[in-house]
Write a protein that binds this ligand. Sequence first.
Ligand code: NDP
Length: 257
Amino acid sequence: MATAPVQPLDDRVAVITGASSGIGEASAEHLASLGATVVVLARRAERLQDLVARIEKNGGSALAITADVTDAAAVQAAADRVEAELGGADLLFNNAGIMLPAPIEELRIGQWQHQIDLNISGLMNVIGAFVPQLVKNAGERGAADLINTASIAAQNIFPNFAVYSGTKAYVTHLSRHLRTELGPKHVRVAAIEPGIVGTELQNHVTDTGALEWLDGSKETMDWLTPQDIAQTIGFIATLPPRVNLQQVTIMPTGQTS
Ligand code: NDP
């Protein structure tokens, strides 16, 4: 009987948040194709089950965990399950997020809070629950990865995107700091900062000005695809353990800001 070819992430356990659509979904499929056992986490259970079925059909290995990352106890329970069933994560793609632009004077306080709760507090819940596993497994295996999804909005200035951009600047700056703490423990920390990627992210936008801007941009450039980001995540994770690609800004070629 023919044996399966060795894949670069064969012995890795990758947890991906926000895996029920867009960038997370594509990354889960790609990391599984590189050999990782992937744990896919989000709130929509049915979407996760479909993803697991697709990965398994292609010969990969996957586990779905339905959880809201803004619920710290639920995230900790997910981490405990990953530890018990798979020996813990050694790759965390901390990716769940939402973008809700609006002029600041409209005082959309609920939308501000939603973005802060998910993009900052949710991201921290995931870090809190999984960093002990990353450190433990990096010590035992020689390398682990923590990859956080920021955005080009962490760097550039977009009127009406102030709160979203603020949350993503937090992600990039946090990642730089964490690298100095965790790098010596063999955990590589990276922030990925995409420009516009065609996903469900745009479907949540209610601000008409932002929607017009997004629609207009489709006429002038080819948006990135979730698979473009997935390939980049795979590239970061398959570098030799001594290499930490700490910050990647990835733009549609035609996007100017
Ligand atoms: P999607 O809307 O397609 O994906 C967002 C994911 O987050 C979904 O899987 C969603 O699943 C999950 N999610 C939302 N809320 C929660 C929650 N409370 N708990 C757990 N999971 C949650 O958008 P993208 O793939 O584009 O977004 C992924 C990341 O990329 C985000 O952080 C976004 O800010 C960032 N980004 C996106 C860009 C783009 O242009 N698309 C550009 C730059 C950065 P569910 O609803 O099932 O929970």
